[in-house]
Write a protein that binds this ligand. Structure first.
Ligand SMILES: NC(=O)c1ccc[n+]([C@@H]2O[C@H](COP(=O)([O-])OP(=O)(O)OC[C@H]3O[C@@H](n4cnc5c(N)ncnc54)[C@H](OP(=O)(O)O)[C@@H]3O)[C@@H](O)[C@H]2O)c1
Length: 253
């Protein structure tokens, strides 16, 4: 199987790095010369990468094409490309299935939401609608969740927007520890390990439900109870819901 990437940015590069760590059988990966630095780095690391500055050439040489450009670029370039007979996996957040189909005359189109940690072959990957080839590829890179209704998939696009704000919690806590006199390395190690352990625990205990995990993590009148109470009072969690609603609105347009 030959893969092609239209747009070699952050997410394309994460997928490619994940693929080369997996046992997925691929022949060559054709990538766009944009972004130049990322394309050059990938080519330098993997001999099966081929760079092209011509998007149509990438499509012609591959059987599976990933659309990994931003929505604005996608709207500009897709009409002028021919995808006949190809499997197209669009990663473009806000170009909807209907618009995609009107621009790309291929019968085999789906959208997917991989996130940068596919590079480490972990995490959830939404595929909508179900697609055999997309599942074959992405099941090597994380946990595939197939959704058939596009309207439902928009909810996952909204939740996928929480990466930066999640890491900002790490950032704030690390900076707080440093201000209190801890060494940067101690603070960074502590925070990374703390959240890794919490994430692993949550994954292992997901069947008991997150409500129970919240209860289990508090000693009556203890420190965790105090922080949770303060954050709830400050409407921290209500704000999370509000932001999710606001991001979701982008997909309703
Ligand atoms: N990053 C994520 O976590 C993530 C997750 C899921 C889905 N997505 C979606 O994936 C898409 C790409 O996101 P990204 O974060 O990877 O963005 P990005 O890093 O900005 O990558 C976009 C790439 O497209 C290239 N490009 C621009 N014009 C082009 C053209 N005419 N032909 C070919 N390539 C062109 C850009 O090259 P230059 O730098 O040279 O302009 C850049 O390398 C977006 O639609 C986003 O919604 C992203």
């Amino acid at each position: 199987m030959n893969l092609g990437f239209i747009g070699t940015g952050k997410i394309a590069s994460s997928i490619i790095l994940g693929i080369f760590k997996s046992n997925l059988k691929i022949n060559k990966i054709y990538i766009s010369s944009r972004n130049r630095n990322i394309a050059k780095k990938l080519k330098g690391r993997f001999s099966r990468i081929k760079i092209s500055s011509n998007n149509q050439e990438i499509i012609d040489k591959a059987s599976v094409i990933f659309l990994s450009v931003t929505p604005l670029v996608g709207k500009k370039i897709l009409n002028n490309l021919s995808f006949k007979g190809k499997t197209v996996i669009s990663l473009i957040s806000t170009i909807k299935e209907r618009e995609l189909k009107s621009k790309i005359h291929s019968k085999n189109i789906c959208k997917a939401i991989p996130l940068p940690f596919v590079e480490n072959r972990v995490g959830p990957i939404i595929i909508c609608p179900k697609n055999r080839i997309a599942k074959k590829i992405f099941s090597k890179l994380g946990l595939v969740i197939e959704v058939n209704k596009e309207q439902l998939s928009f909810n996952f696009w909204a939740t996928s927007s929480f990466m930066a704000s999640y890491y900002e919690i790490y950032n704030s806590m690390t900076k707080w520890l440093i201000r209190r006199g801890l060494k940067k390395s101690q603070a960074t190690n502590y925070v990374a390990e703390l959240f890794f352990a919490l994430s692993k625990d949550a994954l292992l205990k997901k069947n008991i439900g997150f409500d129970n995990l919240v209860s289990e993590s508090q000693t009556p009148k203890g420190l965790n109870m105090q922080v949770l109470k303060e954050l709830k009072k400050a409407k921290f969690y209500e704000k999370i819901n509000k932001s999710l609603n606001n991001v979701y609105k982008k997909f309703k347009k």
